[in-house]
Ligand binder design. Structure first.
Ligand code: NAD
Length: 292
């Protein structure tokens, strides 16, 4: 089992900043990378705000916030991650891009470094084949929002060795998260179950069975879900939802996973959900307003 001190995070989007946040609070040194320093700095500002909210709720102390922020460094280039013991790739859910990033980052890492992906759906075995170290490659799949959600899925590729599996489990436990071990099948456990439900909610909207408000209310009050499925889709990001459905559809070759055409249309419009200020709800005003 490898000793992890320095963690590199690729992608400073909603998941990358959440991962950096919990790693820094747990005492790891974190380097956060994205396409530009501007993007990383905007992520750092969000982490600062999120930690300040935790202080105001007495979830962490001001000293813990300061200490954690001091452990996160902006990394403008992949080369800056060269001293990482563990790299977690959390860029957009696009296999081609992930393969390139993983192959590039391996070139700058020490031979013993472990490489992980936070992919929601893509085959760990296939992504591993883009690296020079399939035996030290693993899926560490965090849930959104990372500081709040208790679960992390750990997924071995076909070549992942026992030491890497143990390292990943030890690392996740150090973050005070619970582990569910999933086999390497499309979308693993949580999203194999969750995304078809969300996709079905979008079909329900597309077919006019109910409007946005009716569908979300129905599932919140009728099934006791804490968020409606369309609200949840906006929260996850509609581009991510579509990518996961495409991975399920292609990987399992079953028409029951066909992405709803309305989901495709929203993504084509750039209505990607909360992060784009518009999805099944419009977030630009004081209160979210349904778009259908
Ligand atoms: N959104 C969720 O609920 C959720 C949950 C678990 C896992 N995931 C997975 O986490 C990953 C990131 O999702 P997200 O929701 O944070 O997306 P996001 O769109 O919020 O962020 C993605 C980030 O990747 C960056 N990026 C793109 N190309 C890059 C490159 N070449 N180098 C470095 N950074 C690059 C983008 O600039 C952006 O900041 C995806 O693989 C997704 O499937 C998402």
């Amino acid at each position: 089992m490898a000793k992890i001190k320095n963690v590199g995070v690729i992608g400073a989007g909603q998941m990358g900043i959440g991962i950096a946040h919990v790693c820094a609070l747990a005492g790891f040194n974190v380097k956060l990378n994205d396409v530009s320093l501007e993007r990383v700095n905007s992520g750092l500002a969000t982490i600062n705000g999120n930690m300040a909210r935790q202080v105001s709720k007495n979830a962490i102390s001001e000293d813990e916030r300061k200490g954690a922020l001091g452990r996160i460094t902006a990394a403008g280039m992949l080369e800056d991650l060269s001293d990482s013991d563990l790299v977690i790739e959390s860029a957009i859910e696009n296999e081609e891009l992930k393969r390139k990033l993983l192959s590039d980052v391996c070139r700058v890492l020490g031979p013993d470094a472990v490489v992980a992906t936070n992919s929601s759906s893509i085959s760990i075995t296939r992504l591993a084949s883009a690296t020079d170290r399939p035996e030290r490659f693993i899926g560490i799949h965090f849930m959104n929002p990372v500081p709040v959600m208790e679960l992390v899925e750990v997924i071995r590729g076909i070549a992942t060795d026992d030491a890497t599996f143990d390292t990943a489990k030890g690392f996740v436990s150090a973050l005070q998260k619970k582990i569910a071990v999933a086999e390497d099948f499309p979308a693993f456990i949580v999203n194999r179950i969750l995304l078809p439900m969300i996709n079905e909610a979008i079909y329900t909207l597309y077919e006019g069975v109910g409007n946005v408000e009716a569908i979300d209310t129905a599932m919140k009050l009728g099934a006791h879900h804490p968020m409606g499925p369309l609200e949840l889709a906006d929260f996850i990001g509609l581009d991510t939802c579509l990518s996961i459905m495409q991975v399920l559809h292609e990987g399992l070759a079953d028409s029951k996973y066909r992405p709803c055409p309305l989901l495709v249309k929203y993504v084509e419009a750039g209505w990607l959900g909360k992060k784009a200020q518009r999805g099944f709800y419009d977030y630009r005003g004081e209160k979210p307003v349904p778009t259908r």
